[in-house]
Design a binder for this molecule. Structure first.
Ligand code: ASP
Length: 307
């Protein structure tokens, strides 16, 4: 069964086939006749807030002719409030839907769900763990915008400790050749050691550069992130971490003309609105790539699996 739990399990070939699938979906969307998932049902179970991930998964399913059942605040509005375990909820929902998209606040929740599910589980984020579908759309964004996924200097900026999109992106990009990660993170939110070791074991370079201006000058991709306030154990540590790295017009002026700025969004002040006008600001285009990428993922989970 085609679960999507961790980007670490994705080979370069898997990633390239999602990119190809998403390109094909873009072409089909232009023609406007997608019926691959007619009659199928996707359940979106969200135990944490979401705008882009839930709505783009739902849009992807609807664009493919499928249907959606959804609980957007499952921590309050599902039987979790009554003490139902995640495993029991998944066992039940797997009887209603053909695929489950799950966002949960606990690391490892998606793997637990997959272990009891009779239908594919696609993780939409598990706490501070991973966000694999975001990494696939981020990798797709790089491929679309820069025309390559090899030989890249990628500036990882902000909350590299709790930012799950960064974790999954390190896994996907580390499959490619010539990758150099330049990390600029506050002292309380460095890139975790296991990710550094993983990237290095795949041949990627990992460097630490506290100057955002220097990272901006060197990067092909400047990947900015939000400080994940909800994950901090101490408010003092959060306060000490926020606002240290802000992409503004001065940082933009340091960037190469062919580079791009990405951000998984939402932003909370770490990219100033004045930057949005610059064509290198790719973050809203990035959100839109989420639909064809998730169409490719849903199709791979539901149709390609049956074939
Ligand atoms: N939307 C992304 C996530 O769910 C990034 C963020 O929340 O900062 O991980």
């Amino acid at each position: 069964m085609k679960h999507l739990i961790s980007a670490k399990t994705l080979s370069k070939q898997d990633i390239l086939s999602v990119i190809d699938g998403a390109l094909a979906m873009q072409a089909e969307l232009r023609k406007g006749n997608c019926h691959q998932l007619d009659g199928k049902i996707m359940a979106a179970l969200f135990f944490e807030p979401s705008t882009r991930t839930r709505l783009s998964f739902e849009t992807a399913m609807l664009r493919l002719g499928g249907n959606v059942i959804s609980t957007e605040n499952a921590r309050e509005f599902s039987s979790a409030v009554k003490g139902e375990t995640l495993e029991d909820t998944i066992r039940v929902v797997a009887g209603y839907a053909d695929v489950i998209v799950l966002r949960h606040n606990e690391i490892g929740a998606a793997a637990r769900a997959a272990s009891v599910s009779t239908v594919p589980v696609l993780s939409a984020g598990d706490g501070a763990g991973e966000h694999p579908s975001q990494a696939l759309l981020d990798t797709f964004t790089i491929a679309k915008e820069l025309g390559r996924t090899d030989d890249l200097t990628v500036g990882l900026v902000g909350d590299l400790m709790y930012g799950r999109t960064v974790h999954s992106l390190v896994y996907t990009l580390s499959q490619f050749a010539g990758i150099r990660f330049l990390c600029a993170a506050p002292a309380h939110t460095p890139l975790p050691d296991d990710l550094i070791q993983y990237a290095q074991s795949r041949g990627a370079q990992v460097e630490f550069e506290p100057s955002l201006a220097k990272v901006a000058g060197a990067a092909d991709v400047l990947y900015q992130t939000r400080i994940q306030k909800e994950r901090f154990h101490s408010l003092d540590e959060y306060e000490a971490s926020k606002g240290l790295y802000v992409v503004d017009e001065a940082i933009l002026a340091r960037m190469q003309p062919t580079s791009i700025i990405m951000h998984p969004l939402p932003r909370a002040g770490e990219i100033t609105p004045a930057v949005d006008r610059d064509p290198r600001a790719a973050y809203f285009r990035q959100t839109h790539y989420g639909v064809p990428v998730r169409m490719a993922l849903l199709t791979a989970a539901l149709v390609d699996e049956e074939a």
